[in-house]
Design a protein around this ligand. Structure first.
Ligand code: CP3
Length: 352
């Protein structure tokens, strides 16, 4: 972002977040560092488990830089996980092979009372060191690439903390939100405080933009969406802006549908991540005109490649030409994606 006395950033992704319709659009892919890349699988094997990899700054920064070296992406997203916030607050976490994350659920006042948001940023020190190493690596190797820090949004992180694992409907968490809103609200406030500290620490360490992943926002009824997605996100954004007034923030309320309109008006984010289900032209017509959009290629079209990929990507480019837009997927890249299909997509987007 540039203020009145600053020269505009030479980084295409930052210019887009500031509201310029940069073309061809900057691009990166959610989960771009991951198991579809042979060089990732190799480093992953060296580190042992996934948490060990996230907390080993040299390895985690290498992994973050791998897709930048291979594809020259405009955005480098910190290699970590949204569940490192509960982990850093002391909630036991492991990633079971083929099963996803497993946490010791927090479902009562005693368990929630044990969580300490004030220790989050200190316990996340190795992740913050990764941010510093990645930023230095980008300055040396890819000076036009923007470093994106991130956290999960309070609601989505609370879903995993209460449920203890992934779920199709997160019934325990959503049930607690109705049945004991005071207790659920306490958990949400703890997450707002911890995430504020953690995201500000990422910005201090060199993150140039921040993204809030709200993967399960779309499970909520409108009243609940306002209370547990919009209000906490607005508080988090306000708290970050007190210390980092200019840092751009991307909000990604997945499967929000028409609630995207209120989200765009009330949370204070500069950019909206758009999931695969949403019509980009509708989103563009529904939100403020200078607000950047990011998305929303179907990750399965990238697995398929060829004409199907080309048609989907061209349709997105056609819909977004002339407005601030960041080309991305509508959800994380699939593990079975052929790396060559990503190269083909990069060529296509780069020619606009
Ligand atoms: C819900 C969620 C999680 N994590 C995340 C979300 C929000 C986005 C989304 O909805 O996908 C976000 C996330 N997770 C990861 C990143 C790294 C940055 C990136 O490349 O985008 C980011 C931004 C790495 C990861 N996070 C995880 C992996 C796989 C771990 C491995 O290599 O074994 C990676 C690369 C593990 C993880 N982490 C999580 C789950 C459900 C799983 C297991 C499922 C899976 O394996 O894909 C929680």
């Amino acid at each position: 972002m540039s203020g009145p006395n600053e020269t505009p950033s030479p980084k295409p992704l930052l210019r887009t977040l500031a509201g310029d319709a940069v073309w061809p659009p900057p691009m990166w892919l959610m989960r771009q560092a991951g198991r579809y890349l042979p060089e990732y699988r190799e480093l992953r094997a060296q580190a042992g488990d996934f948490i060990a990899l996230c907390t080993a700054p040299t390895l985690a920064s290498e992994v973050t830089l791998q897709p930048i070296r291979r594809y020259g992406m405009d955005g480098a997203i910190l290699f970590s996980d949204i569940l490192m916030v509960p982990w850093a607050m002391g909630q036991p976490l492991r990633f079971a092979e083929g099963e996803g994350p497993v946490l010791e659920p927090v479902r009562d006042a005693t368990a929630i009372g044990r969580l300490d948001p004030s220790v989050c940023a200190a316990n996340a020190a190795p992740i913050l060191e990764t941010v510093r190493l990645v930023r230095a690596g980008l300055e040396a190797e890819a000076p036009r690439t923007t470093l994106i820090g991130f956290a999960g949004s309070p609601f989505t992180v609370a879903c995993y903390m209460v449920e203890g694992h992934g779920s199709r409907d997160f019934a325990a968490a959503r049930g607690m939100a109705y049945g004991d809103p005071a207790l659920f609200g306490r958990l949400i406030r703890i997450l707002i405080e911890a995430s504020t500290e953690y995201l500000c620490a990422q910005a201090d360490a060199g993150a140039e933009a921040l993204m809030l992943f709200d993967s399960w926002a779309g499970l909520l009824a409108p009243s609940q969406f306002r209370r547990w997605v919009i209000e906490p996100t607005a508080s988090l954004v306000r708290a970050i802006r007190k210390r980092h007034p200019l840092i751009p923030i991307i909000g990604f309320p997945r499967l929000a549908g028409p609630m995207l309109i209120e989200y765009s008006q009330r949370t204070g984010v500069q950019c909206l991540g758009i999931d695969t289900s949403m019509d980009l032209r509708w989103a563009a017509s529904a939100v403020p005109p200078r607000m950047a959009l990011q998305g929303n290629l179907d990750p399965l079209s990238l697995v398929a490649g060829g004409m199907a990929l080309e048609a989907e990507a061209r349709s997105i480019l056609g819909a977004m030409r002339g407005r601030p837009f960041i080309f991305n997927l509508g959800h994380g890249i699939e593990k079975v994606t052929p790396p060559d299909h990503v190269s083909a997509l990069v060529r296509l987007v780069r020619t606009g």
